[in-house]
Design a protein around this ligand. Structure first.
Ligand code: G16
Length: 544
């Protein structure tokens, strides 16, 4: 195999965010941009010669081009085998599973998750380590550092690989294996859930379902598992064909973007259960007939009922949630006397806890839930978890949620996103908030008395690493919270996220609309951060 060394100039903007490097496609198409980043990753890793790298993406625009580029760089850098999903496709949780199952050295996942795709939209790449999880900060920091000084990359002079033919081929020292992207993942799901019970519940008509794949990666996975294996009607999976531009939509599973699903689930003839996933298949949105389950509640309900699912029948070793996620799961952990960890935003912070067996389930308000079966959040896993729960409990989604609130109280919750805020304005808001923090404790705002106001720092209990500046928390005496942080996944300007929650113990008040129930805190959040005042905006872009 002939290897070329190509001279290159560094780019100064290759700092991975919450989940890998995400930029506009046009940025990735600059000469050497992708090549530099991939070579920077390989330069920062050690002892991978002859080992296996997993490669796949969510099928968005530029996926196939990027895969061919990466194959050549990986070949030139001495990997022994590349395992690639057919058509260049692998969902993020499926890639995590493949890395673990085949003892790969690591993997490169190409996705910008829920961000739109297409020539003028977003692309992304992230590296996952051998446990199948996203590279922790010590890695991503090293990649960035290397990218700032890189002066050349290596590439092999080989033909493009046919990504659409399953099987193995040898190119010099390198073995390239194209696999079906779904089979291993479907087997894993079968080992976790009661597929026989699910089949019965679906064939008897007890469960009717609707899954929106949002023209993204989960289409083939949902068709195989829900339709072929569990017997759901083919029409139960909508937008099932992965498209390079996701049909022009945001592949973001929330009520605003999964509007087709939302309309059906809030209609008179809604199915029992409805769900959606995102671009790369790691997020989930759960709904039932005329009810939306917040991701924070979903995590808490899963934790409270985990013993009903075959894989978790022995109970949970512990649970974790990201800091801005509501405290609903904390109440479940307290009742069942299991540890509950609070981590910064980013799935990478759960990896050590999962590896050490400290937690079994974890989740985030950003439509992510997962368990120790892989090291990524997992959209279809969450869907199957809920289906299994409905089948065992013989209850509707609404009844499961209400019963949970009755038992534990309701953490009324919402998130307001202000997207594409000019970076200097966003920075001034952060500064303004930071300056207020020391003065807030003890102050009263109506019925809300500030108990603490700080910036969240996390010390990883396993490796002792410290992550500072992970969002500003304002906690009140009655347990309510307002959290502010800047997103680490946007590609234009800055996105301010405001997370608001209030606990309601009184079951007669559990049916309140969250925006109404949180109105006072929403006004207070504006008073504190002045986003509307400073940007002239009148409302958030997205409310979840
Ligand atoms: C990624 C991370 C999640 C995080 C989410 C939002 O998800 O894996 O842990 O919660 O981004 O992050 P931010 O608030 O910084 O935008 P995904 O699905 O986009 O890969």
């Amino acid at each position: 195999m002939q290897i070329e060394t190509i001279t290159t100039n560094p780019y100064n903007d290759q700092n991975p965010g919450t989940s890998g490097l995400r930029k506009k496609v046009k940025v990735f198409q600059q000469p050497g941009y992708l090549e530099n980043f991939v070579q920077s990753i390989f330069d920062s890793l050690e002892d991978f010669s002859g080992k296996t790298l997993v490669l796949g993406g969510d099928g968005r625009y530029f996926n196939r081009v990027a895969i061919q580029i990466i194959i050549k760089i990986a070949a030139a850098n001495g990997f022994g085998e590349l395992i690639i999903g057919e058509g260049g496709l692998l969902s993020t949780p499926a890639a995590s599973n493949i890395i673990r199952k085949y003892n790969a050295f690591g993997g490169l996942i190409l996705s910008a998750s829920h961000n739109p795709g297409g020539p003028d939209e977003d692309f992304g790449i992230k590296y996952n380590v051998s446990n199948g999880g996203p590279a922790p900060e010590k890695y991503t920091g090293a990649f960035f550092q290397r990218s700032q000084t890189i002066s050349s990359y290596k590439t092999a002079k080989i033909e493009d690989v046919d990504l659409d033919r399953i099987g193995s081929q040898q190119i010099g020292e390198l073995k390239i294996t194209i696999i079906d992207p779904v089979t291993d993942y479907a087997e894993l799901m079968q080992s976790i859930f009661d597929f026989n019970l699910l089949k019965q519940s679906i064939s008897s008509g007890y469960i009717t379902l609707l899954f929106d794949a949002m023209s993204a990666i989960t289409g083939p996975y949902a068709k195989r598992i829900l339709v072929d294996m569990l017997g759901a009607a083919p029409s139960s999976v909508i937008n099932a064909e992965p498209l390079e531009n996701f049909g022009g939509h945001h592949p973001d599973p929330n009520l605003a973007h999964a509007h087709e699903l939302a309309e059906r689930m809030f209609s008179a003839d809604a199915p029992t259960f409805g769900a959606a996933s995102d671009g790369d298949g790691d997020r989930n949105m759960i709904t039932g007939s005329n009810i939306f389950v917040t991701p924070s509640d979903s995590l808490a309900i899963m934790a409270a009922n985990a013993r009903l699912i075959p894989a978790y029948v022995k109970g949970l070793s512990g649970v974790a949630r990201s800091m801005p996620t509501s405290q609903a799961v904390d109440r479940v952990a307290a009742k069942y006397n299991i540890p509950c960890y609070e981590t910064p935003t980013g799935w990478k912070f759960f990896g050590n806890l999962l590896d050490a067996g400290k937690i079994t389930l974890c989740g985030e308000e950003s439509f992510g839930t997962g368990s120790d079966h892989v090291r990524e959040k997992d959209g279809l896993w969450a869907v199957l978890f809920w289906l299994n729960l409905i089948a065992v409990k013989r209850q509707s989604v609404a009844d499961i949620v209400h019963e949970h609130w009755q038992k534990f109280g309701r953490d009324i919750y919402c998130r307001h996103d202000y997207e594409a805020v000019e970076t200097p304005i966003a920075n001034s808001i952060v500064e303004h908030l930071r300056n207020q923090l020391p003065t807030l404790p003890g102050q009263s705002f109506g019925e809300y008395i500030v108990k603490y106001a700080d910036e969240f720092s996390y010390e990883d209990p396993i490796d002792g690493s410290i992550s500072n500046n992970q969002g500003m928390r304002i906690g009140f005496e009655n347990g309510s919270r307002i959290v502010f942080r800047l997103s680490g996944t946007g590609t234009v300007g800055a996105t301010l996220r405001i997370y608001i929650e209030r606990f309601e113990a009184d079951a007669t008040r559990h049916d309140q609309d969250s925006q109404e129930a949180l109105a006072e805190l929403i006004i207070l959040a504006e008073q504190l951060c002045e986003i509307k005042k400073r940007t002239g905006r009148t409302e958030p872009n997205v409310i979840t």
